[in-house]
Design a protein around this ligand. Structure first.
Ligand code: ADP
Length: 237
């Protein structure tokens, strides 16, 4: 199992590293021209910065997985967490021509938790959604991330896509370690999401039977319970 995991991690980290090497070499070539092309050089450096972030994120995920440290306990606005995660996802989504809509709950109360780990959940779910949509080959590529106050003690966040949805035979295995349907998948994204959400006292699940996209949702306990409860779990696509 460890060998398999190491091979997958090596494969995942290698992609941004190879891109960094390619962009570094291209940047040097532009620089070594009799008249260096500053715009091209800037482009290669920007690509290097983005790919370095990707590699760092993979390493952080693996580190988080290995260390299993207790989540930090800070009072957080969950919609702010989503906005920060969206900044991180911007490049990935643009390159896949996927539009992400963020439907915040302006009145959502704060949650208690670990900013980095919760961002990781959003990033993992959104990247999975984007991969599913891209693999399906649709032109209309849309992800909706919404937050709703489910009841006085619970915040619910959902990530919905208009991809192929979840095949019935996979539904019970999505959150199992190493379950993947992708050629270069690790099958660790959803198990990590689950362990983060559960360490925060929440629950995670998925629905979508292969006809109208997938909807992944998770709940988090509200830091200071509010009254009266509101419940509307469905975002309009
Ligand atoms: P990986 O992305 O490496 O495959 P994950 O644990 O993140 O690992 O996901 C496991 C599997 O769950 C995926 O391979 C895919 O089959 C399924 N899955 C995850 N997200 C979606 C989605 N939005 N739509 C359809 N299937 C999904």
């Amino acid at each position: 199992m460890l060998g398999e995991l190491t091979a997958s991690i090596a494969h995942e980290v290698n992609q941004p590293l190879a891109a960094i090497a390619t962009n570094g070499a291209a940047g040097l070539r532009w620089l070594n021209r009799p008249t260096p092309d500053i715009l091209e050089i800037r482009k290669t450096i920007e690509n290097i910065v983005v790919d370095t972030q990707r590699a760092a994120n993979i390493v952080a995920r693996v580190h988080g997985m290995a260390s299993r440290k207790a989540p930090e306990q800070a009072l957080l606005s969950f919609d702010e967490i989503i906005r920060e995660a969206l900044l991180f996802l911007q490049h990935e989504m643009e390159s896949r021509s996927v539009t992400i809509l963020h439907r915040p709950d302006p009145g959502a109360p704060l949650v208690l938790g670990d900013r980095t780990q919760l961002q990781q959940v959003i990033v993992n779910l959104a990247i999975n959604a984007a991969q599913a949509i891209t693999q399906a080959g649709y032109d209309d590529r849309k992800i909706v991330i919404s937050t709703v106050t489910q009841d006085a003690a619970t915040l619910c966040c959902s990530v919905e896509d208009n991809g192929p949805g979840i095949a019935a035979q996979h539904a019970n295995r999505l959150f199992d370690s190493f379950f993947t349907t992708k050629d270069s998948g690790m099958g660790m994204g959803l198990p990590i999401c689950r362990s983060i959400v559960e360490a925060h006292g929440g629950r995670i699940g998925a629905e979508g039977n292969g006809t109208s996209g997938a909807r992944f949702w998770f709940t988090l306990p509200i830091a200071i319970p509010v009254d009266p409860p509101r419940c509307d779990l469905h975002a309009d696509m």
